[in-house]
Design a protein around this ligand. Structure first.
Ligand code: SAM
Length: 270
């Protein structure tokens, strides 16, 4: 990279790089956009495991939480295979949501699940959290997603992994599915659509048995990193309308300047 970028430009590119299987996705500052094809070609030559280099030309957006990609160099295909925690995943980096930055959180949740549990993953995507959990524990997971590509890839991911537990991939709106067939069935509910958690909170509560565990994800603005967990907890307490005991809260990942994804774990009793 030193051959085509100044040291200042190289610095601007730090942290703007995700490798998912054989695909590299770059977020490029406006000042470097004219050089993007060149950056793509150099990266393709340098990173031996990469087959395609894409520029992320939109934020993660819309109902499906997906991004637009522009091919800079290499193969024009957005499907790849990704390995994490001893699991294999087929992902499509353009048609479905996927973030390698949630790997630690996926393992944390899998460790919390017990054998015999029914887990409802309301916004399950291609099955990342569900598969890591069912690989480790004899649980049953309902992986719901409204994006048909995600539901289809989840089915394929169930088939290519050797799991202790079982997973059902369900395509549809989480509220509808819970209303029609999953009310009162879950020991644990995951809400990995942080920007819309409050909108779906009623359905998440409905999905749980009389007593169950909720993992409530949210986005928090805070000047002080060490106050994020407390702010997330007090927000959760202000929106929950059943008896609840907060088990813990933490930052999942930073998502911008003074902006964080956080999770609140709570036991709810109805
Ligand atoms: C932030 S992604 C999380 C995906 C997955 N849990 C993961 O970590 O890879 C949110 C997912 O929710 C799905 N989604 C959005 N609205 C939905 C709804 N009403 N019902 C079910 N899924 C929905 C999107 O298609 C997307 O795959």
């Amino acid at each position: 990279m030193a051959s085509i970028l100044t040291p200042e430009e190289t610095e601007e590119m730090y942290g703007a790089f995700d490798q998912i299987g054989s695909k590299i996705i770059l977020r490029i500052p406006d000042s470097l956009l004219p050089k993007r094809k060149l950056i793509g070609q150099v990266l393709l030559e340098k990173v031996k495991t990469a087959k395609s280099i894409f520029y992320q030309s939109s934020p993660v957006e819309g109902y499906y939480r997906i991004r637009q990609l522009e091919l800079l160099a290499g193969e024009d295909s957005t499907e790849t295979e990704y390995k994490e925690h001893g699991c294999r995943f087929k992902v499509d980096v353009e048609k479905t949501f996927f973030s390698p930055r949630l790997a630690t959180e996926r393992l944390r949740i899998a460790d919390l699940v017990s054998d015999g549990e029914i887990v409802i993953n309301m916004f399950g995507g291609v099955g990342m959290f569900s598969i890591v959990a069912a690989k480790k524990k004899r649980c049953h997971v309902y992986n719901i997603d409204i994006n048909p590509y995600a539901a289809k890839l989840c089915l394929e991911n169930i088939a290519i992994n050797k799991l202790k537990g079982t997973i059902e991939s369900i395509e549809g709106d989480a509220s509808d599915i819970i209303e029609k067939r999953l009310a009162g069935t879950g020991d644990r509910v995951l809400m990995l659509l942080p920007e819309r958690s409050d909108e779906f909170l009623h359905s998440a509560i409905k999905a749980l048995k009389q007593k169950g565990i909720l993992h409530y994800y949210c986005h928090i603005h805070s000047d002080k990193k060490n106050q994020v967990a407390a702010v997330a907890t007090s927000h959760f307490m202000s929106v929950i309308n059943v008896k609840s005991e907060v088990l813990g809260a933490k930052i999942v990942r930073p998502i911008g300047p003074r902006f964080y994804q956080a999770v609140v774990d709570a036991t709810l009793s109805k």
